[in-house]
Design a protein around this ligand. Sequence first.
Ligand code: PLP
Length: 396
Amino acid sequence: MQICPDKILRIPRSGIREIFDLVPTIPDVVNLCVGEPDFTTPSFIIEQAFEAARKGATHYTSNAGILELREEIAKKYKKEQGISYAPDKEVVITVGAMEALFLALTSIISEGQEVLLPDPFWPNYEAQIILAGGKPVFIPTKEEEGWVLTPDRMRRYLSPRSKAIILNSPSNPTGCVYGPEELEKIARVAKSHSLVVISDECYEKIIYEGEHKSIASLKDMRSGTIIINSFSKAYAMTGWRVGYALGDEDIIKQMTKLQEDVAACASSISQEAALAAMRSGDGATEEMFRQYRLRRSLLLEEIEKTPMISCSSPKGTFYAFINIKKLNQKSRDIALKWLREAKVATVPGSAFGREGEGYLRISFATGEDKIREAFERIRSLMKRSREVVFEKGGDN
Ligand code: PLP
């Protein structure tokens, strides 16, 4: 007897998890898989959480979350993106961006409707679209085009069932950041087909080239766009589970209604911590960003020193999506080989969709010594297995 419905069985097991689960079984691994900051949450945020709990912030909050936090979020979007949102009607606090996405997709998708997804993509999008009853439609993006979705390709994948598009800038896993002109083109196609745009802006504070522009800030785009954001990456708060969504009142109203049935609210203590982060966290965010920038330079140098692999510099996030096509093997095979024989954990690009084949995702949310050590091990494995002729400088 099949107990679980096809919809659930169809959701693929995350290719990231396969490697994650193997890591603890192999001693002394340098782990470049992690999708979160290696920093501990800044201590003033932790202190504020203790303080709030002692003062009684230990109860359910309203479904939409504490009003002060929603006010700070609305202020931030007004200041940084010039978009106005009513804190009492157009902002909802969620259990991480993950739940914000779930509530958004569940609120807008009818059975069988299609959601466009630029490929490579963060795998949870695919699972969540299916959970919401929708059908993911993958649109290829290419390294040689900076991994940016082109409007022509987007048009080719539209159908009468297209309902929404998920845009993730800066992108996990490719590190691409959409510029205003690129967003403008996507916005025009989305508008002319009445698509809802779900704009996942979780990595907006980690940008090395260009700057963050929310598609909702473009002319006529505020309506019909749902912004998804999170405290996880910007403030090293992944475990606190606080994210949020901003959008039109009618959508946020439905998402807030569903919140009651899914989680009731995000943790009250975590919301208080998030409030402290919003009010005084800029310095801490900037310091972490400075570290990411140094690590990114180091990682690019190490890649440059290593034969047969290359990487277009990530404009944002703490991921590099490295091109391994010259190694002529599937990304999963290379990831498993590097894990077992070099003791370096990376994520196969195939975990991020068809267009990810031929790539590995490397996280540089880890110390510089670990990045150096990982690449020494990879080069040493390459030499041992005589896979490559070491023609790039420095290491032979
Ligand atoms: N969106 C993207 C692109 C992510 O990479 C992640 C986490 O890795 C999330 C959303 C979820 O973040 P949160 O911790 O806020 O649920």
